[in-house]
Write a protein that binds this ligand. Structure first.
Ligand code: PLP
Length: 400
């Protein structure tokens, strides 16, 4: 018989994919669910990008490409980095793969040896600790609560660094909190990191364009070019252009790391989908108003969900600076009892209660490394948001 490896047995299934399965099962039973678990835009990919893929397939872009990504796409990414981020890098320092997730995986795979440590501020994107562990590394998780705006401070960072620390990974804008590190906050963290040259700085900037009220994304590489040689940026097409299924992500890496990652890609997936790469090139080079149009809609939904949640006694929700998630504090509800006499001890209990009582699906903060909170995605229609807030309010009012 076939045995499953230790490393995969230890791997936890992705919490967000598990939640999606649960929602699908309930829906198959005919239960109407108001879903706030969605980790992707609910919009369709803009038509001009779909058209670009179609044309590219017709013109013969249906073959393998180079493992690093097509020169045209890498140049479009280099132009984007200059335009949006104030970063000047040659296309040779850019790698394209099947999503940001694959790049995070392959960069850790290319750089971690057993026992190497990766600092991960919590709440974190659910996949980081498992990707680190799967590649032999040790996730060093540090809780960053509402007191620091869900952000890592220089003191916390200093206290965590050891001679085995290889990376600090920061997701800004953050899934699940929507927090964005300011330029000043980066300068303070970089000051600490300058004392520890063995630590690389990986920023996952996939939510960069979904930002509200003029909030700007800052890459450490641009904030202080003197540390650029140990900075890696991971980004991709999934969120800004509603292209999750196209599987195009990219990373900016120092030359040695580019070589290592390209070697891994060459021995694993060969390359990202050829016509997805052509379409991504068009998406990046074309007029960007499709992104702005989506942000206008997210802005309205953000107001509706933040106001709706804050109107519920026991729930406190900060307006996120960016991304399409809110991370409300529900600690005041823990310890309460349902009408049936069951105790709500944890955020997980509350998630289960809201699913059963209100038919509202959302995520528990525990899955993101910070218990006592919930995560709701507002990549959902205004109608779903309005109905969901009413249903949550009604269910919470029954708690004693
Ligand atoms: N990084 C974060 C923080 C995410 O939330 C996600 C998707 O949910 C990804 C990366 C994955 O992006 P991609 O579709 O490019 O693999």
């Amino acid at each position: 018989s076939i045995t499953i490896s230790q490393k995969v047995r230890k791997l936890r299934p992705s919490a967000s994919i598990a939640a999606k399965q649960k929602v699908d099962e309930l829906r198959a039973q005919g239960v109407e669910i108001l879903d706030f678990c969605l980790g992707e835009p609910d919009f369709d990919t803009p038509a001009h990008i779909i058209e670009a893929a179609h044309q590219s397939m017709l013109s013969g872009d249906t073959h393998y490409t180079g493992s690093q990504g097509t020169p045209a796409l890498r140049q479009a990414i280099a132009d984007k980095l200059k335009r949006d981020n104030g970063i000047n890098v040659p296309a040779s320092q850019i790698v394209v793969a099947n999503g940001a997730k694959q790049l995070i995986f392959d960069i850790f795979s290319a750089t971690l040896d057993p026992g190497d440590e990766v600092i991960i501020p919590a709440p974190y994107w659910v996949s980081y600790p498992d990707i680190v562990s799967l590649n032999g590394g040790e996730p060093k998780i540090v809780a960053c609560g509402p007191e620091t705006g869900f952000k890592l401070t220089p003191d916390m960072l200093e206290g965590l660094i050891t001679s085995r620390t290889r990376w600090l990974i920061i997701n800004s804008p953050s899934n699940p909190t929507g927090a964005v590190y300011t330029r000043e906050e980066w300068l303070d963290l970089i000051e600490v990191l300058k004392k520890h040259p063995q630590v690389g700085i990986m920023t996952d900037e996939i939510y960069e364009h979904i930002a509200f009220e003029g909030v700007k994304n800052h890459s450490p590489m641009a904030v202080d070019p003197s540390v650029a040689d140990r900075c890696v940026i991971v980004n991709g097409m999934s969120k800004a252009y509603a292209m999750t299924g196209w599987r195009i992500g990219y990373a900016v890496c120092p030359p040695e790391l580019v070589k290592a990652v390209v070697k891994l890609l060459g021995q694993s997936t060969t390359c990202a989908c050829s016509f997805s790469q052509s379409a991504a090139t068009v998406a990046l080079n074309a007029d960007q108003s499709c992104v702005d149009d989506m942000v206008v809609l997210y802005t309205k939904r953000r107001a509706a969900i933040v106001d709706g949640l804050n109107a519920v006694p026991g729930i406190r929700c900060k307006a996120p600076d960016a991304a399409f998630y809110v991370f409300p504090d529900v600690r005041a509800l823990l310890g309460s009892k349902t009408a049936a006499g069951e105790r709500i001890e944890t955020d997980l209990d509350l998630v289960n209660y809201l699913l059963e009582e209100a038919h509202v699906a959302l995520m528990d903060g525990t899955s993101y490394g910070l218990p006592g909170f919930l995560r709701l995605s507002f990549a959902a229609s205004e109608k779903v948001i309005a109905e969901g807030m009413t249903a949550i309010s009604k269910a919470v009012s029954k708690l004693q």
